[in-house]
Ligand binder design. Sequence first.
Ligand code: ATP
Length: 438
Amino acid sequence: MANKKSQDLMDKLVSLCKRRGFIFQSSEIYGGINSCWDYGPLGVELKNNIKQCWWKSMTQLRDDIEGLDASILMHPQVWVTSGHVASFADPMVDCKNCKMRFRAEEVQGTKCPNCGGELTEARQFNLMFKTHMGPVEDDASMVYLRPETAQGIYVNFLNVLSPSRQKPPFGIAQIGKAFRNEISPGNFIFRSREFEQMEMQFFINPKEDDKWIEYWKEERMKWYHSLGIKKENLRFHQHDKKELAFYAKMAFDIEYNFPFGWKEIEGIHNRTDYDLSRHTQASGKDLSYYDDQTKERFIPYIIETSAGVDRSLLVCLLDAYHEEVVKDEERTVLRLDPKIAPIKAGVYPLVKRDNMPEIAKKIEDILRPHFKVFYDEGGAIGRRYRRQDEVGTPFGITVDSQTLQDQTVTLRERDSMEQVRVKIDDLVSILNKKIWGS
Ligand code: ATP
């Protein structure tokens, strides 16, 4: 159960996200639609930056992973083969009195947590959204909105293998939307019905599975550290026999210490040869691999790393959120890693005269091709700094009277609030170093 302080933190974050343009409820002017969210101007920047960090770490900084962007709608047989049609279901119970629906695993005892009413027996509930393709809405035209991006990777195994000239061990990475008709969505963007995943499927020789799951566990944990997430707020949870999917040999979750408890943000699974074997059987296409060197034929095992974009973003925001009192003044600051901060620098004339706005505008022009920056000339400078602190902007550049004489500005750091004087000509390289380390 979340205590009051934790609930306060969630409430404050949700309110900040709305007020400052990170995240809005979908279709709000019509009263909203449950568990769907829209990312506003700052939210979409943050989200894109997180996705870019993941994409770069997977497909640019290494040569053994290829990218893919498969379609959301797939042949319906895919979901029969994958087992989703038969078993992608959460057991659920309904309250006979207030009609609320809960995941069976969330309910302790036999009474409704909402009204104390009597509950039904647990029933299976398929989480896949259905729609129809083409003009006729009959069973033959039914298709599913994908509940995970992984299947798009498995069915493209051969398509990617030959043109890329990769051979196991190698991976395919994909970022995209997934849809699940969750029974109890909630906790803001933690569990929604439309969300985004960043999935990488790594195809290996079955003999090497222990080595590779260990490797990806460590790599993925390091990735969260590289986003600046505090180590003490992250941990592994190994699935025991009861939790393990029937096809999986071993599975770990990376969990974050959310205000509402330790919860999964990413799954790292040894899926064995289940996926490629099933698709081989059902499609009639041989998805095995022949290794020229060892003269061995095998169906690759898959080590999957499956992360949620929205959950990662929530983790970044929660971990960065701080309230503090500095020099008798309260401030809220998002200590986001500069790499993912939506706006990299604020540019300010100290006052609105003496040519300071014009010089500040010129600096904005110099920086804009390199970084997302924000120009602000209204109000006291302290207030302008604090507005940017609250949305995580790591640097503030201020034009003052000394600028007029020596072409220098002050550069303020969000976290320490320290200011140093730097030459306007050096700003791009200084910021590049501070943001990217080079
Ligand atoms: P949970 O147990 O929380 O429902 P899961 O085990 O079903 O998660 P996976 O199927 O392993 O999740 O999906 C991989 C990742 O996709 C999760 O770690 C999470 O980050 C993200 N994810 C899954 N379902 C949702 C959802 N409804 N809303 C937002 N993100 C989700």
